[in-house]
Design a protein around this ligand. Structure first.
Ligand SMILES: [Zn+2]
Length: 85
């Protein structure tokens, strides 16, 4: 989960996903695509573990500012968080 966010995140630590895209990223070893419920469960667990920020959801994972910052890349708002700083 955390690695999915790192790989996808833009310079502000937002990793926006199309609907179901995160589910595809989280495909298990057997190739089964997790249900919506297990995706949001995974997001919730990642929040509890402080792997992602509280504003994360299944369509956009937000990395904690302290843990992550890219130097390059233009900021582009993601749909779930249009008025982020
Ligand atoms: Zn976002």
């Amino acid at each position: 989960m955390h690695f999915a966010a790192i790989g996808w995140a833009d310079r502000d630590g937002h990793a926006a996903f199309q609907p179901n895209e995160l589910a595809c990223v989280l495909v298990d070893r057997n190739g089964a695509i997790p249900s919506k419920q297990s995706v949001s469960g995974a997001v919730r667990r990642a929040k509890v573990l402080d792997l992602v920020a509280a504003e994360s959801n299944a369509t956009c994972l937000v990395l904690p500012q302290a843990a992550f910052r890219k130097e390059k890349g233009a900021p582009k708002p993601c749909r779930p968080h249009p008025d982020r700083r």
